[in-house]
Design a binder for this molecule. Sequence first.
Ligand SMILES: [Fe+2]
Ligand SMILES: [Fe+2]
Length: 161
Amino acid sequence: MGQKGRDIVGPDVGDVLSLLNQAVAAEALAAYRYLYLSKWAAGLNSPEIADAFFRTSGEEWQHMSLLMERVIELGGRPLTRPSDWETNSYVKYYEPPKDQSDLKTMLEDSLAVERVAIEFYRDLVRKTEGKDLVTYHLAMQLLADEVKDEEYLEKILQGWK
Ligand SMILES: [Fe+2]
Ligand SMILES: [Fe+2]
């Protein structure tokens, strides 16, 4: 992004970059965790859930891609090390349960992560509204995706015996 594009973001650009990198970290953890769960839960009586974990992993990875692009456009540097992910993420990492058949914990922990994501992107929308319109638009888009993820997980858990 050019000078003007950065200028219109104003003095908050440092804050926005820090928030974007927290999101890069969280999305990387989420993508890894969902991929892990898709394999860990596979072979059980749950091919649809394993498939949903797999698809969601791809979406979270795509979120990370968009966030990294935005960091660079704003003149920042995306986190350079995977070891930064856990320390910078806006949400803690939920380690997959030891018991491979414990789908309920996998789903509940995923729901907890999605809910924190919803709050985080809602706050980013508020912070950038009327100022940094490109980040604002991105945050709205990610917010909408996380809302869908929450809805899916809630629905599955509601039907749980
Ligand atoms: Fe995401
Ligand atoms: Fe999500």
